[in-house]
Design a protein around this ligand. Structure first.
Ligand code: DX5
Ligand code: ZN
Length: 216
């Protein structure tokens, strides 16, 4: 399949959120990547339900919501109600990951599991058949604009091997420090969804930058 591009709205201009959402609607992007940070799981806070609902009101493409929060279970229904299509939780934040994944799917969303840079891919072996997507973090989560961690390419290859071993069609998404160069490396390794925040929104022409990422 052609790879998907998910611009991260964390890097958008929040005073002009409708304008930036419409830019993504009118671009070749596939999804909206929506980062939720609680100041506990990661050392930063982003935004909550009112902002997700505001994005969803204007968005014409799926919302790919990345939860960087502890205890995600208690909010699953609220994320569904706010318009999330794909809900990704962190392996490191979920002591009962299998239950969390089932609850996400029962709420009508696709389920993703994210791995921090230090977390081994093989820990997913017993849940790989239950999930729709693996999100490999190529930075330590919490901030946009960080430097790409090269080991992410190796981890993408490991997820691809796991996918083949279990004959599933899970998506492999990568998040953090993605640009044309790192994006190419990740696609060569087997990734099929690229998240990009600062590379898109700090560029002179975000629409064109999205098309360039889509055309790698
Ligand atoms: C980081 C977030 C990312 C972030 C990526 O914790 O999960 O989605 O927006 O930003 P860039 O592309 O600037 O690294
Ligand atoms: Zn993210």
């Amino acid at each position: 399949m052609a790879h998907l591009i998910a611009p991260s709205v964390l890097s958008c201009d929040f005073a002009n959120i409708q304008r930036d959402v419409e830019m993504i609607n009118n671009s070749t992007a596939d999804w909206f990547h929506v980062d939720i940070m609680d100041g506990v799981f990661v050392p930063n806070m982003s935004f909550g339900f009112p902002v997700i609902k505001a994005i969803n009101k204007h968005a014409t493409k799926p919302l790919d919501v990345h939860l960087m929060i502890v205890n995600p279970d208690q909010y699953i229904q609220q994320f569904a109600d706010a318009g999330s299509d794909i809900l990704t939780v962190h392996y490191e934040a979920c002591p009962h990951l299998h239950r969390t994944v089932q609850a996400i799917k029962a709420a009508g969303m696709k389920a993703g599991v994210a791995l921090n840079p230090h977390t081994s891919v093989d820990l997913l072996e017993n849940v790989i058949n239950d999930i729709d997507m693996v999100l490999i973090m190529s930075v330590n989560p919490g901030f946009g604009g960080q430097k790409f961690i090269q080991n992410a390419c190796e981890k993408v290859k490991q997820v691809k091997a796991l996918r083949e071993k279990y004959n599933t069609d899970i998506l492999i998404e990568v998040d953090g420090g993605v640009n044309l160069d790192t994006g190419k490396q990740l696609l060569d390794a087997g990734a099929n969804v690229l998240v990009a925040g600062s590379f898109v929104f700090n560029s002179d022409n975000p629409t064109e930058t999205i098309t360039r990422l889509k055309s790698i």
